[in-house]
Design a protein around this ligand. Sequence first.
Ligand code: DGL
Length: 272
Amino acid sequence: MGPIGVFDSGYGGLTVLKEIVAELPEYDYIYLGDNARAPYGNRGFDTIHAYTLECVQKLFDMGCPLVILACNTASAKALRTIQQKDLPRIAPDNRVLGVIRPTSEMVGTITQTGEVGILATNGTVSSESYPLEINKFFPHVITHQLACPMWVPLVENNEHEGAGADFFVKEYLGKILAQSANIDTLVLGCTHYPLLMKKIRQYLPGGITVLAQGKIVARSLKDYLKRHPEMESRLTKNQEHRFYTTDDPAIFNHMAEIFFGKEVASDKIDQD
Ligand code: DGL
């Protein structure tokens, strides 16, 4: 038995963990941020897979039977290989879940026009995961995508409320909306982006719904645990939260508080 593991390349997954804890407060959680190697967004498939697998293994080693990849880039580039090839070999009874599928399941229920914009990292966009997943559930929904490579660095460097952020928020919103006048729903397909929500709303024309993933993923996890009592019974319930980073814990603690909304005390975990 053990905690639920939550993984992200850096701080973004804390926006998801926050909502998961609000929805499912009884469980124990271990968060792992691979801050030393973030951002993942522009890295290639093999690198993202290798880094993600290493971190998933660390969470397994710390006793987590279930790991959530609270990172779209890792979900897009590494999840399928981990589920199909790695898990049967390293931990056949454990499970790893991502964030793209639960988000895709929601999208078609929100859009009225049937045209949706996806804002994400280069890695997520080039994987085509969102169009593929969304069209599995909603074959008629038209998906427009845009990579926003400057948004994660702005957030990771705590510049998301600064003037530099205004420029890149306007730039990327303008570009995605220029793809079609019918887009009525925008998916923030990167767990870092909710930190930019204030500025996104400021520059977005009315009538467009912005979807952040935290609550969607939290509700989907709740549903998963209901449907999988064999996994639910393996989760410990002491309401303990532990945080690990591959970089400096003092820096992590300061930044993590902004993302998680609460004081965080982390420990360092070494990369392999
Ligand atoms: N937060 C991650 C995501 O959801 C990616 C950030 C990164 O580029 O490392 O895609």
